[in-house]
Design a binder for this molecule. Structure first.
Ligand SMILES: [Zn+2]
Length: 495
């Protein structure tokens, strides 16, 4: 790059799924973010601008997919068509307009009564799931031979199912009873169109024929002999068609990439034209390798495109022209924190946040090395898609903290270049938390250490990253639909 060229402004966007929480009595009415030791996140907040964000709208507890659409600038009230297509595209299944897809579970049914005994045949299905999916993939429906069925393994007990053909509708109910020990449901048309009624008939036939294939599969015989639940039904829910939207690049003028081992998020990214990058070892669950994700994003924001290996491109489309120097918007998705919230695992949420903080330190170091070449000027942004308080074990409506700073200010806030460059880049596992273990003396000592002596470095007066501190930020409280506007304006101001 010539010396006359302005450095390119780029942003590393870290989305911590389920980050928001509430004040916990056992942590003396502090949130997990407030008790976690997160010096890097605190430095970002201290270095930049902060606020509280309602991912879709105030008071709405939303799903991750709905929230992500909103944050990326696509109003879910206009564009959302169910999660089935996201899940399936994320699992690597190609979808054309008019195709329908389901978010699906391998489950166990009592074939005599039709009652679904367990909606998850097995949480650890990484080896057997792909084998069963291969047995189902390409199956033909005897009553509806004109349709093509594609099945691909996703994660844990989940898979993606796509039906390809004409006269299909996404407006049908699914077969999943949503609770254990309830009857398997029949798909029903949710409107009066021929397409919806036809689709319901096709799906009921599909459900039946899937079970016939599964029941006679040798793998299920083996599971039965071992005393395990057999996977004899695939629950089909969240029927959806592929959304048709302008691409992220068209909408925002930034070339986007994403590291999201969670298939539904990757599929959502693909649906809006975001490239999904490889991050070896990152799995989207508790064993996820945060360092690998951080490295992949940092590289994508600084390296030529051919050095950024992508995973599955369902459309088969190639890199777009005019984009030789890597990506402008690097989206790093972290799932483990949401899992901790669902599991009501407060200590794991705290320790998990500390691990994410460490990975963000690694991301910042690699980006700082790239910024030192003079070719790039980076910003860091961290937020979440919804709250998953450990008290409730589910998504809830509280807004999430949002923070955005220039990398150069982060370096100042964290203690200077020597501190940044001393960050080790070796991979580390997520912390193990023993059952019954919780914060003890550790927490007593650090109880007041945060707020008292902290001072903002730049931006607004916020100097730590938490739900409470963010409420005092200069961005105030804003809806997720405005987030990309905030980020783009910040990049322009700082360019
Ligand atoms: Zn969740």
């Amino acid at each position: 790059m010539g010396t006359n060229d302005k450095p390119k402004t780029r942003v590393a966007f870290v989305l911590i799924d389920g980050i928001g929480d509430v004040s916990l009595p056992r942590y003396r009415y502090r949130t997990p973010l407030q008790v976690a030791k997160i010096p890097n996140l605190d430095a970002i907040a201290s270095a930049g601008v902060n606020g509280l964000m309602d991912p879709v709208e105030p008071g709405l507890a939303c799903g991750s997919d709905t929230a992500h659409l909103s944050l990326l600038g696509y109003d879910p009230r206009v564009y959302y068509r169910g999660r089935g297509a996201f899940e399936s595209m994320g699992a690597g299944l190609a979808m054309s307009p008019g195709d329908i897809a389901f978010k699906s579970n391998f489950a166990t049914m009592d074939t005599n009564t039709g009652v679904v005994i367990s909606r998850r045949a097995d949480r650890h299905f990484e080896e057997e799931g792909p084998i069963l999916c291969a047995a189902l993939d390409g199956m033909k429906l005897s009553a509806f031979p004109e349709y093509e069925v594609r099945v691909r393994y996703a994660t844990e007990h989940r898979c993606g199912v796509v039906v390809k053909g004409s006269n299909l509708s996404g407006n049908i109910s699914g077969t999943d009873p949503l609770k254990d020990n309830r009857l398997l449901l029949k798909a029903e048309a949710l409107d009066d169109t021929f397409e919806a009624k036809n689709t319901a008939a096709v799906v009921n036939e599909l459900s039946k024929e899937i079970s016939q294939i599964l029941v006679s599969h040798p793998l299920n015989k083996k599971r039965a002999e071992e005393g395990k639940n057999i996977a004899n039904v695939v629950l089909l829910r969240g029927c959806g068609i592929r959304i048709e939207v302008p691409t992220f690049e068209k909408k925002h003028g930034l070339w986007p990439c994403m590291v999201a081992p969670t298939k539904i998020i990757a599929g959502l990214g693909l649906s809006v034209g975001i490239d999904i990058l490889e991050a070896p070892g990152a799995t989207g669950d508790y064993r996820t390798l945060l360092t690998s994700k951080a490295t992949a994003i940092a590289k994508a924001l600084s390296a030529p495109l051919q050095l950024c290996p992508r995973v599955f491109v369902p459309g088969g489309d190639d890199h777009k022209p005019g984009q030789a120097n890597g990506y402008d918007f690097g989206f790093l998705h972290v799932k483990a924190i949401d899992d901790a919230g669902h599991d009501k695992a407060s200590l794991f949420k705290v320790r998990g946040l500390e691990a994410v903080d460490r990975a963000i330190g690694q991301l910042a170091r690699i980006l700082w090395e790239a910024e030192s070449t003079g070719n790039f000027q980076y910003s860091l942004c961290v937020t979440g898609d919804h709250s998953t308080p450990v008290e409730y074990g589910d998504h809830s409506f509280e807004p999430v903290p949002f923070t955005l700073c220039r990398l150069v200010d982060y370096v100042g806030a964290v203690g200077g270049e020597t501190v940044v460059m001393a960050t080790p880049l070796d991979a580390f596992p997520l912390p193990k938390v023993e059952a019954g273990e919780d914060l003890k003396e550790d927490f007593e000592v650090s109880e007041d250490s945060k707020s008292k002596d902290c001072k903002a470095f730049a931006g607004d007066s916020v100097c730590e990253f938490s739900e409470i501190a963010a409420s005092r930020g200069c961005l105030g409280r804003f809806p997720g639909s405005e987030m990309m506007g905030v980020i783009k304006k910040f990049l322009q101001l700082k360019a």
